[in-house]
Write a protein that binds this ligand. Structure first.
Ligand SMILES: CC1(C)CN(C2CCCC2)C(=O)N1c1ccccc1/C=C/C(=O)NO
Ligand SMILES: [Zn+2]
Length: 366
């Protein structure tokens, strides 16, 4: 491991932070599984651990409206019996984005985690920074959406922009990164590139190939809409072609990548047929440019597979080879029956016909 700082890898973590992330409904103990697997593979000691502090109201309002933030803050002692007011639903709170007692501490802490990671890059302390508990890409300026309360991704990008001129944002989550795309649709300083499932009725419904940015931002937004069943090979081939083109044309000074793991095989979303190797190859492509890079989590609802995936990505960043056998640790028994680090694709059919992929290539690469 290089001792010089510029190769240092920052890892946003504290026990308090993980405990809070586990209060999120539907994500129960995912954060704990992720951290403990990274710890079990002895990777934490190879990184600079940065304790996050909650983002301040002022920091959150660098993107979100104060009305929205005040409403979210007022819900901080909401409990399940309370009725959901029309004001809450006006701000997207209550249904897709359930309210729970610590919702505001959760949202501000996760946002603070991503800003802390971004600060590690702008202070030049690290060249790569990781916040696996961030990546909540759907939240809008004045609306929670898709299980995302504050858009930590947008706030992380905004912080990076105080030092780096041009930022490339890459979204590899199964879902379209609509909140981040919206925030930077009209600027030529942030290029947003999203690979996602695009199908009738599939959330959030945006991210068609025809959305290319507006005004000064025209041609600085690129969407790669995909269909169910896509395989590692097809995904990584397409990523490599599109990504290298974007790097050549845009020449960013820093990169932010959201590695949502809900596109993995065996995820309850049951959509793509990807293994961790896909995200790993995309990450290696990104790291080959040696730019300041911020790595974020996102979706991922098969918790042990998400932990395996993000642990594997952490090992790529640290250039450490990992045993394929899950090491003994507090959550070892959750990884049965195979206790294997790597996933196997299913035999589900790939509905991305070659003609469709060819059409995507022609429309995006010209
Ligand atoms: C509530 C959860 C987040 C969980 N979930 C599945 C997983 C397993 C069984 C239900 C969803 O579809 N969700 C959603 C519900 C409404 C709107 C959006 C999402 C997911 C967004 C996302 O992942 N963006 O990257
Ligand atoms: Zn998702």
């Amino acid at each position: 491991m290089s001792t010089s700082d510029e190769k240092q890898v920052g890892y946003v973590y504290s026990e308090e932070y993980v405990d809070l992330c586990c209060k999120m409904p539907r994500l129960e103990d995912r954060a704990r599984l992720v951290h403990h697997l990274i710890q079990a593979y002895n990777l934490v000691d190879k990184m600079k651990v940065a304790r996050p502090k909650p983002a301040s109201i002022e920091e959150i309002c660098a993107f979100h409206s104060s009305d929205f933030v005040n409403t979210l803050q007022a819900c901080h002692n909401f409990d399940m019996e309370d009725e959901i007011t029309s004001e809450m639903t006006e701000y997207g709170l209550g249904y897709d984005c359930p309210l729970f007692p610590d919702v505001f501490s959760y949202a501000s802490f996760v946002t603070g985690g991503t800003i802390t990671a971004a600060r590690l890059l702008t202070s030049r302390c690290c060249s790569i920074a990781i916040n696996w508990f961030g990546g909540w890409h759907h939240a809008k300026r004045d609306m929670a959406s898709g299980f995302c309360y504050c858009n930590d991704v947008v706030l992380g990008v905004l912080h990076l922009k105080t030092v780096f001129d041009k930022i490339l944002y890459i979204d590899l989550d199964l879902h379209h990164g609509d909140g981040v795309e919206d925030a930077f649709l009209m600027t030529d300083k942030v290029f947003t590139l999203s690979f996602h499932k695009y199908a009738p009725g599939f959330f959030p419904g945006t991210g068609s190939i025809s959305t290319i940015g507006k005004g000064k931002g025209q041609y600085y937004t690129l969407n790669i809409p995909l269909k169910d069943g896509i395989t590692d090979q097809k995904y990584t081939d397409l990523f490599h072609e599109v990504f290298t083109n974007v790097m050549q044309a845009f020449q960013p000074n820093a990169v932010v990548c959201q590695f949502g793991a809900d596109g993995l095989v065996e995820d309850p979303m049951r959509s793509f047929n990807l293994t961790s190797l896909s995200l790993g190859k995309c990450l290696s492509d990104i790291l080959s440019y040696n730019l300041p890079t911020l790595c974020l989590g996102g979706g991922g609802y098969n918790f042990t597979n998400t932990a395996k995936c993000w642990c594997y990505l952490t090992s790529i960043i640290l250039e450490q080879k990992l045993d394929t056998q899950i090491p003994e640790h507090q959550f070892f028994d959750r990884y049965g029956p195979d206790f294997e680090l790597f996933l196997s694709p299913s035999n589900r059919s790939d509905t991305n016909e070659s003609s469709y992929v060819k059409e995507i290539r022609e429309k995006t690469l010209g």
